[in-house]
Design a protein around this ligand. Structure first.
Ligand SMILES: Nc1ncnc2c1ncn2[C@@H]1O[C@H](COP(=O)(O)OP(=O)(O)O)[C@@H](O)[C@H]1O
Ligand SMILES: [Mg+2]
Length: 274
């Protein structure tokens, strides 16, 4: 994408706007833990390219290496073999181009919602007025305006995860890496957060690499689902998700949704039995 097209698309962005597009290339990533007889292969030869602005979910049973793969993309862990590149730049550690949201609540309990969102920009020396504009923007995007001065302990689980998303976006990432971010929420809140995330994704146009073991969640959110299996962790299949119209709650009853759900349920069940 040319610079002109990118800046036109990002016209509404703040100073921390992303530079570049956010393509992730996972090139032959293998991960071994331990050594000698105790060596354990958690990931084997993972190859996956995620286009800029694409929403891809990795779906797989517990222990198949999903978190390991995401941590390698985040730069929190090294691959034993292979590499990850974002827009062609090899990942060598964590960076502001990749925002992370985990399942656990990772907010600073002594900071208000706004201060949590401004934490990253503040650390990078962004001046106060600019920081304020950034937090205003992401309070709005995540519908948290009324809670700007609340402390995390005054928020519900869903609201805390909204703050975590806002805080990740405040660093202007090209890529959002999400590891079962709604896994600890009750069923109703989880559905609300899925819609909120799609809303954010449409507005922000970040690339999203999302991890879950929840089939419904994967289908509802994604443009593409990559299924992983264990022993060693590897990609077993990929599905394009084509659903008609808007991703509204009703889409869960659409025949195309149910068909894919049946197929994924069968595939994962088979994997567990294997
Ligand atoms: N730091 C580590 N040291 C040794 N083994 C690990 C480590 N982290 C993860 N593993 C193992 O690697 C496998 C994949 O773990 P993980 O990536 O957390 O799976 P998932 O997120 O799909 O549940 C598991 O068998 C786990 O026990
Ligand atoms: Mg995990």
């Amino acid at each position: 994408m040319s610079g002109i097209a990118a800046s036109a698309r990002d016209g509404d962005r703040t100073e921390t706007a992303r530079a570049g597009a956010g393509e992730i290339a996972i090139r032959g990533v293998t991960k071994n833990y331990g050594a000698g007889k105790k060596e354990f292969r958690a990931l084997e030869d993972i190859r996956l390219t995620i286009a800029a602005n694409e929403f891809v979910t990795i779906l797989g049973p517990s222990g198949c290496g999903k978190s390991t793969l995401l941590r390698i993309v985040a730069g929190l862990e090294d691959a034993s073999e292979g590499e990850v590149a974002v827009d062609g730049a090899t990942v060598v550690g964590p960076g502001a181009d990749r925002g992370m949201v985990f399942q656990g609540y990772t907010l600073f309990p002594w900071l208000t919602v706004r201060e949590n969102i401004e934490y990253g920009p503040k650390l990078r020396g962004v001046p106060i007025l600019e920081r304020r504009a950034v937090s205003d923007r992401y309070l709005r995007v995540t519908r948290l305006e009324a809670f700007a001065n609340h402390l995390p302990k005054q928020l519900s689980g869903g609201m805390k995860q909204r703050v975590a998303i806002a805080r990740a976006l405040a660093n202007g990432p090209k890529v959002l890496l999400m590891d079962e971010p709604f896994g600890a929420l009750d069923a109703q809140t989880k559905l609300e957060m899925q819609e909120a995330l799609l809303d954010v994704w449409e507005k922000e146009k970040t690339t999203v690499l999302f991890i879950t073991h929840d089939i419904d969640e994967a289908i509802f959110l994604s443009q593409r689902i990559v299924v992983m299996g264990a022993g060693p962790g590897r990609i077993v299949r990929e599905y394009e998700v084509s659903l008609p119209g808007e991703r509204s709650p009703e889409v869960r009853e659409h025949p195309a949704f149910l068909r894919l759900k049946r197929e994924l349920t069968g595939l994962l069940k088979h994997k567990e039995e294997a």
